[in-house]
Design a protein around this ligand. Structure first.
Ligand code: BGP
Length: 457
């Protein structure tokens, strides 16, 4: 048996906007998702919007029992900024009660909460001022973070500031999948920098306030593999890594922005506006741990033509379509478990072997009703295989000395996914959209047995 370390965290992740529902109720103000859906519902798969999601606002207590039933010992969700501070300043007491009850229920059932502060859900009131484009967002976020530490600090000992900050940067400012859906590389860099500073100042507030526990950040990592060892392809891979991974990993863990990244931004007239103390703040406020969301690798080759100065990431690297790839056809993502070992080694060798965990990993599949058996259970053997393959690689990395303390899947109950609505399902529990009922899938039973053994057979 391949055993995992003692006290290993086994669990799943979700986010407030994807699971709570009550999108416009109980004092919550709109986020960009609520407003975007109001303005352009046709952009969302089958017009499925963010109002209802899986209704954990009402069902958290039963859901926590379901976590316990499959022996999960940890769970990540986020706080909705727009629920807690509807106008950015005034605390919504109903939200305080909700989150306190929710987190207490987790504790009471032996499920450790890891609580994230921002999962793509920019408040509309702040978006109207420019969102992460404006420097004001840094103080606004820092105030929100401090409010959370004050109100819930006794119930949370692992905080994360952001989920996948690179995703709101690229989806909002390069590729059109998040509001404001503009295509502007210069703005993307500035938004990324303000996000980094918002993270940094939240870490500072946490450390200065001497709150209990630890603070970290959750990053999406797609280890980068070049098409060939040619100088051009290697350079493309280096740039892809600098822009997508090291841009957040280096400052948050090592306190530095890679000089090669700065050089590349300068050459392309993309340097962001930086205030006097910013770099010092970054240097001083390092994370205690890292969450790594891993779904797919990034395969790149040198771009055929480039704009100088660059106007999009395609001027630095091109996607390489590896002919031997194995693909999840529903999500269109390559399945390559070996990369998880490479992530583990990267953390060990390049990032001081900082404590880290797999904060998301999973397989989204459409039309899962096809796999219902006579008892009404979804036989999701593909998902079990996916997780087993990834866990084998993770185990290999841990054996080689990587300091990994847990594995969270995406997700617990099938949840709403941004523009994709409910198309792809990821959960251990199936969600019936008609009545919010949850039913356990085969992978949920598999996960429970895995947790009981704390190891792979
Ligand atoms: C991650 C996000 C999640 C979740 C997941 C699955 O990047 O943190 O919010 O949605 O991906 O991806 P998707 O829902 O796009 O299929």
């Amino acid at each position: 048996m391949k055993k995992f370390p003692e006290h290993f965290l086994w669990g799943a992740a979700t986010s407030a906007p994807q699971s709570e529902g009550h999108g416009s109720l109980n004092g919550k103000s709109p986020s960009t998702w609520d407003k975007w859906y109001e303005m352009n519902p046709e952009k969302f798969q089958k017009n499925q919007g963010p109002e209802h999601t899986s209704n954990m606002y009402e069902m958290y207590s039963e859901d926590v029992k379901r976590m316990k039933n499959i022996h999960m010992n940890s769970f990540r969700t986020s706080i909705a900024w727009t629920r807690l501070l509807p106008d950015g300043k005034t605390v919504n007491q109903e939200a305080v009660t909700f989150y306190r009850n929710y987190f207490s229920e987790l504790h009471a059932n032996g499920v450790k909460p890891i609580i994230n502060l921002f999962h793509f859900d920019m408040p509309w009131w702040l978006m109207e001022k420019g969102g992460w484009e404006t420097r004001e967002s840094i103080d606004a976020f820092s105030f929100y973070a401090t409010t959370c530490f004050e109100l819930f600090g006794d119930l949370v000992d692992q905080w994360t500031t952001f989920n996948e900050p690179m995703v709101h940067v690229e989806c909002g400012y390069l590729y059109g999948y998040h509001y404001p859906a503009v295509h502007d590389l210069k703005k993307a860099v500035q938004v990324g920098f303000h996000t980094l500073m918002a993270h940094t100042m939240a870490v500072k507030a946490f450390k200065d306030g001497k709150y209990q526990g630890q603070i970290g950040i959750i990053l999406n990592v797609s280890p980068c593999y070049p098409k060939s060892r040619s100088e051009e392809d290697l350079r493309a891979a280096e740039l892809a890594d600098l822009l997508n991974t090291k841009s957040f990993l280096d400052p948050t863990v090592l306190g530095t922005i890679p000089p090669k990244l700065v050089e590349c931004l300068a050459e392309n007239e993309l340097l962001p506006k930086v205030a006097e103390q910013d770099l010092e703040m970054i240097r001083m406020n390092l994370v205690d741990f890292i969450g790594m969301n891993y779904y797919q690798p990034r395969r790149v080759q040198a771009p055929a033509e480039v704009n100088q100065p660059a106007i999009s990431p395609a001027d630095f690297y091109d996607h390489y379509d590896w002919p031997d790839k194995k693909i999840n056809p529903y999500r269109g993502w390559e399945i390559y478990p070996e990369a998880l070992y490479d992530v583990a080694m990267m953390i060990k060798n390049d990032y001081n072997n900082i404590a880290w965990y797999v904060s998301e990993n999973g397989m989204g599949v459409a039309d899962e009703e096809r796999f219902l058996d006579q008892t009404g259970m979804i036989q999701d053997d593909y998902r079990i295989e996916f997780m087993e393959d990834h866990l084998n690689q993770l185990h290999k990395g841990i054996e080689a000395g990587s300091n990994c303390f847990g594995y969270h899947t995406w997700t617990f109950v099938d949840c709403w996914s941004w523009l994709n609505g409910y198309k792809n399902r990821y959960g251990f529990y199936r969600l019936d959209l008609e009545n919010d009922e949850r039913s356990l899938k085969k992978s949920g039973i598999w996960f429970k047995e895995l947790i009981d053994r704390n190891g792979l057979i």
